[in-house]
Write a protein that binds this ligand. Structure first.
Ligand code: SF4
Ligand code: F3S
Length: 106
């Protein structure tokens, strides 16, 4: 499965949702997640993210392993998203910033 990692938090560009053939992205206030049981590993979303926030679970950085559980947990709670929308106005300011998990809104 593919996993949305920390770099998505407060960036949320949503380009990823447009290419997913099985529509398995789910949207929270400032972060998106992939439903691990629905993702078919097509890899189409990975290059679409402007901040490189999406990883194959095999390539998820060691310091982001908790995002696997987080994607699974939140995908069950949050609503589905299939159409791109504008990112937050300050998305550029947050691109690549470390330690953003503390800002995750549920
Ligand atoms: Fe969707 Fe493919 Fe990305 Fe999985 S890898 S979330 S199926 S676009
Ligand atoms: Fe997030 Fe990148 Fe998609 S910032 S919403 S994973 S395009």
């Amino acid at each position: 499965t593919f996993v949305v990692g920390e770099d998505c938090i407060k960036c949320k560009h949503t380009d990823c949702v447009e290419v997913c053939p099985v529509d398995c992205f789910y949207e929270g206030p400032n972060f998106l997640v992939i439903h691990p049981d629905e993702c078919i590993d097509c890899a189409l979303c990975e290059p679409e993210c402007p901040v490189d926030a999406i990883f194959s679970e095999d390539e998820l950085p060691a310091d982001q392993t908790e995002f696997m559980e987080l994607n699974a947990e939140l995908a069950d709670i949050w609503p589905n998203i299939t159409e791109k929308k504008d990112p937050p106005p300050d998305a550029e300011d947050w691109a690549g910033k470390p330690d953003k998990l503390q800002f995750l809104e549920r």
